[in-house]
Design a protein around this ligand. Structure first.
Ligand SMILES: Cc1cc2nc3c(=O)[nH]c(=O)nc-3n(C[C@H](O)[C@H](O)[C@H](O)COP(=O)(O)OP(=O)(O)OC[C@H]3O[C@@H](n4cnc5c(N)ncnc54)[C@H](O)[C@@H]3O)c2cc1C
Length: 415
């Protein structure tokens, strides 16, 4: 397929959602073209995977490439108080006896390039360095995209899937963005070489280390002696004294003894291969799109919605969303019906999965909610919490979330 040849589906963006959608469609025998604004490898944040990513990676035929890439293995998650006290690590395999319970910490430039190479190998056409600026609409439905820079002009297809992440042109153009006011947070992050790595199976653990006023650090050990570390909190809290990123970051490091001690022997650096570090910042982020589709266009991954990253759910939701939208798109093309209505079931299923994760994120930020006390009150629901946290988000969690609401209501009323 060359740039101007027709295809069944256009995919905007070559992140995990876009490459998963395109690969699944190619596996169904569809002709697919990804239009990506960057030239790979390109920098991205979102480095800690969770166990259920394994199943989509298996379907995409990526497991051998993941093994060969030498990514840091991740077996567990732990939580750390500001005074440095560490919780009992939670090992996934204790709950889930399956190869998926060993997951990965990835440099996204490498991980996303592997996903894109795999898509190409499965027959997907990829146009890099080309930004989608708008949609072509005819007779009230989307029939392609306009592009700027790189291959300028337009691409056409019966169906377009917008997987362009948090800057989605579909969300912006249609004014579909609904911000989540309960999750207004920003992040400042960087990388260290030579920082402390815990021994043995704990080496690849994600650590969530608490800060005052509901803030927290991530500490994600990557391969080759690199650590990704970032502070997440409200912008009012982080920028209360200064907007100088280095000053703010260093101040917060000093507020968590575990983070301070782990970073002490290390040297701050930017992400390898990219010289725009060493400190990165992102804006307030959590939102969902009001609609998942219009006629001829459907959304997946961060374009459909973005959830605070405390439980590392973004890549999972992007991969699974890409897989599900790929199947739904193939079925729509089979039926010769790419109307928005064809994607209603897909949209409802994704909304349910994201809502499960969102409920746990709300609980995490509720000052009156203590997970330990909740599990003491509802021991039979511990398994459900774990299922959600490892990424099995499409189960029925009605009992869990009504119990969390009841428990939070009681503790909020008492406090
Ligand atoms: C601070 C922070 C920390 C995070 N930590 C984690 C974590 O530890 N674990 C985790 O799972 N998730 C994490 N996430 C979330 C994760 O980064 C995302 O959920 C994930 O990358 C979404 O994948 P995607 O494919 O939907 O979008 P993206 O990965 O954003 O990919 C979108 C692609 O579209 C391209 N694009 C954008 N606009 C256009 C356009 N107009 N035309 C053409 N191409 C375009 C981009 O260049 C990009 O390649 C974090 C997010 C943030 C902000």
């Amino acid at each position: 397929m060359n740039d101007s040849s027709p295809c069944d589906v256009l995919v905007i963006g070559a992140g995990p959602a876009g490459t998963a959608a395109a690969t699944v469609l190619a596996q169904h025998g569809r002709s697919v073209r990804i239009v990506e604004k960057s030239t790979f490898p390109r920098y991205s944040i979102g480095e800690s995977l969770i166990p259920y990513c394994w199943f989509t990676l298996e379907r995409l035929g990526m497991l051998d490439a993941m093994e060969a890439a030498g990514f840091q293995k991740k077996h567990s998650v732990q939580f750390v108080n500001p005074d440095g006290r560490v919780s009992q690590p939670f090992f996934f395999e204790q709950h889930f006896d399956h190869p998926a319970s060993t997951t990965w910490q990835v440099l996204r430039a490498d991980f996303d390039r592997l996903l894109l190479d795999n898509a190409r190998a499965k027959g997907v056409d990829v146009v890099e360095g080309t930004r989608v600026t708008d949609f072509i609409r005819e007779d009230g439905r989307v029939v392609g995209v306009h592009t700027a820079n790189g291959a300028s002009g337009e691409f056409r297809a019966p169906l377009t899937i917008d997987c362009s992440g948090r800057g989605s042109p579909a969300v912006a153009r249609n004014r579909w963005r609904v911000s989540d006011d309960r999750l207004k947070r920003i992040a400042i992050w960087t990388y260290y070489r030579g920082a402390v790595r815990d021994p043995g199976r704990d080496e690849g653990a994600t650590t969530v280390a608490f800060l005052p006023e509901g803030g927290w650090f991530w500490y994600i050990p990557l391969a080759n002696d690199l650590v990704s570390v970032g502070a997440v909190a409200t912008s009012d809290y982080l920028f209360s004294e200064t907007r100088d990123l280095a000053t703010v970051f260093d101040r917060e490091v000093a507020r968590n003894k575990w983070i301070e001690a782990h970073l002490a022997p290390g040297t701050r650096c930017g992400a390898p291969g990219f010289d725009d570090g060493p400190l990165y910042v992102t804006s307030e982020w959590s939102y969902r799109a009001k609609q998942c589709a219009e006629d001829g266009l459907v959304l997946a991954g961060d374009a459909l919605g973005f959830l605070d990253p405390v439980f590392s759910s973004g890549v999972l939701l992007a991969l699974v969303g890409g897989e599900k939208v790929g199947d739904a798109a193939h079925a729509a093309l089979e039926a010769d019906d790419v109307s928005a209505a064809r994607f209603a079931d897909y949209g409802a299923e994704m909304a349910r999965g994201v809502a499960s994760m969102r409920s746990l994120v709300y609980a995490f930020y509720d000052p009156a909610f203590r997970m330990r006390d909740f599990i003491r009150a509802y021991p039979h629901l511990q398994g459900d919490i774990t299922e959600c946290l490892i990424g099995n988000v499409f189960r029925d969690f009605t009992d869990l979330f009504s119990s969390i609401d009841a428990f939070a209501g009681r503790t909020n009323a008492a406090s």
